[in-house]
Design a protein around this ligand. Structure first.
Ligand code: GLN
Length: 550
């Protein structure tokens, strides 16, 4: 059978930022996938940064690392989780990246002496990338989320690319606007005017949306649906009500209640296959967990928390939170997360006792020296009081420092990141990073992406994974200093995962007879947790948390 043309669905946002374009795209992708279609996703971020790697998490939320090491936006994580796919660098672009590649091509004479212009050459490069992503994935449908809000200056060239694609193949391109309908408190009525303006502004870019997703705190009534239909020039049954939900995993289900996948297939002339009911039932059962959990599991997340600019705190640790949810749901528990400031544990040892209230403690990834001493105190408390502890990247490095200080007696043990003058740098800069930092080449230059680890027999890691070797995603510059490994092991710390050449320590743990769960990973396991396929280490941690009080 001849493969039909690839279809492209652009998702744009209206009225406010943070309206939920990423979750909308992921959910749409999922319901289309459940119709037997091969779906891939692209995220376009309109800023100048070439990737998300150099941005502070409070500016930008989580940096999601792809298997090829590309540092991207947190929405990429949503795509990977909802669609159970692995994306690569072709699935992510920014204004900076697009300009950079156009300029490089110009320098290489690839435009053959032509005058290279913002239009059409920038949109043409965008289109080239979109098509390549579709081709690489052999996709039936490519979801493309254009970041930002319609009407702003930054994303205009991406809208231009979308318009050009529609002109070239009208039947293969659809537009969805996710818009916001406020209900001002003193008016008490849902207002459609901002959405009308958003659609008009989109029209001014030559784009007419096929579908409007109406985000609001409550569902849309008939009156408003008809009003939007009339003023925005969209069929009433293609205006989809999307009220706030307590769990994002309900969104695909709500969309299907509105028959959204069928409507999209209609618009794009896709041979509408039947919904795969088996896969769908699995999703529904998973989504239900968010509302069930009578019994809870209480996790303390310790880090440096403060005001968060445009982003809420939980955004910075999105993948960790989701990973905890999946493993907890699979054990029929509802996770309750409490954010604790590491600096609280620095000068106030009495505060440490409060940690006993929790079933488990996580120190997630991070950078810099602020709050480190507080983390070390908390980790020591977890070790001595047998509270399950899971350290992710920086959390593993600190676990090793704590052990070196308090068990090996190396009082000034530290990481070079915090105190380069320490005599006992148990965490040191990787050899390969020294030159890089000398040249100030910070962007995209850490140890990034997927690397193999070999697991040691008889360890918690090995029995959790049930396999000999694993591939996990990394993002760090520092590592356990090999000079201290023998001493640390002699005093009982086990390096249960190592790089294939044995030089890099990937997992550290205490044996089960010494502590129920005291384990840290140099990599970020959270990036591989999937709703229907929870991560084995998170599951082992959650199980230890559940057993804590037994
Ligand atoms: N700051 C540490 C390093 O660069 C840990 C990084 C992280 O937690 N992602 O090695």
């Amino acid at each position: 059978m001849q493969k039909k043309e690839t279809k492209y669905i652009f998702v744009v946002g209206g009225v406010i930022s943070g309206v939920g374009k990423g979750i909308t795209s992921s959910s749409l992708g999922l319901i289309l996938k459940n119709r037997g279609l091969k779906v891939t996703s692209i995220k376009i971020d309109p800023y100048i940064n070439v990737d998300a790697g150099t941005m502070n998490p409070i500016e930008h939320g989580e940096v999601f690392v792809l298997k090829d090491g590309n540092e991207t936006d947190q929405d990429m994580g949503n795509y990977e989780r909802f669609l159970e796919i692995n994306l690569t660098r072709i699935n992510y672009m920014t204004t900076g990246l697009v300009y950079k590649s156009v300029i490089e091509k110009e320098r290489n004479l690839e435009y053959k002496g032509k005058c290279v212009q913002v239009v059409p050459h920038i949109p043409l490069e965008v289109i080239r990338r979109i098509k390549e992503a579709g081709k690489n994935a052999d996709a039936d449908v490519v979801m493309i989320e254009i970041g930002g809000t319609v009407g702003e200056y930054e994303n205009i060239l991406f809208l231009e690319a979308a318009r050009m694609m529609k002109l070239e193949a009208p039947k293969d391109v659809a537009f969805i606007i996710v818009s916001y309908l406020p209900t001002p408190q003193n008016v008490g009525e849902m207002k459609t005017k901002p959405t009308q303006h958003a659609v008009r502004t989109l029209n001014a870019s030559g784009i007419q949306p096929d579908i409007l997703i109406a985000r609001a705190n409550v569902g849309l009534d008939k009156l408003r649906k008809e009003k939007i239909a009339l003023f925005c020039n969209i069929l009433a049954d293609r205006i989809i009500s999307a009220p706030d939900v307590s769990s994002i995993y309900d969104i695909p289900i709500n969309f299907e209640k509105e028959k959204l996948s069928e409507k999209i297939c209609d618009i794009l002339d896709i041979d509408s296959k039947k919904v795969d009911m088996k896969a769908w039932k699995k999703w529904e059962a998973f989504a239900k967990h968010a509302h069930n959990g009578k019994e809870v599991v209480k996790i303390a997340m310790i880090g440096k928390y403060f005001e968060t600019g445009d982003f809420v705190l939980s955004d910075s640790y999105l993948s960790v939170i989701e990973a905890i949810k999946y493993s907890s749901y699979a054990q029929n528990r509802k996770p309750i997360l409490t954010w604790l400031n590491s600096s609280d544990f620095e000068k106030n040892p009495a505060k440490l006792k409060e940690l006993k209230k929790y079933d488990g403690i996580i120190v997630p990834g991070g950078f810099g020296s602020r709050g480190v001493e507080g983390n070390l105190n908390a980790i020591k408390f977890a070790r001595e009081n047998k509270i399950p502890y899971f350290g992710l990247c920086y959390g593993m490095q600190m676990m090793v420092i704590e052990y070196a200080r308090n068990v090996l007696g190396l009082k000034d043990a530290n990481t070079k990141e915090v105190n380069p003058n320490s005599k006992n740098l148990v965490i040191d800069i990787m050899e390969s990073q020294k030159e890089i930092l000398k040249n100030n080449s910070y962007g995209g230059s850490m140890r990034l992406g997927e690397y193999k680890a070999i697991l040691r027999d008889g360890t918690i890691a090995k029995s959790a994974y049930e396999t000999k070797e694993v591939l996990e995603r990394h993002r760090h510059r520092y590592e356990v200093n090999p000079a201290f490994v023998a001493d640390l092991e002699a005093k009982g710390l086990v390096f249960s995962g190592r790089s294939p050449d044995g030089h890099l320590m990937e997992i550290a743990e205490l044996p089960k007879n010494k502590h129920p769960f005291f384990l840290g990973t140099q990599f970020h396991p959270e990036f591989l947790a999937r709703p229907l396929d929870p991560h084995p280490l998170f599951t082992a941690f959650i199980k230890a948390c559940i057993n804590k009080n037994k």
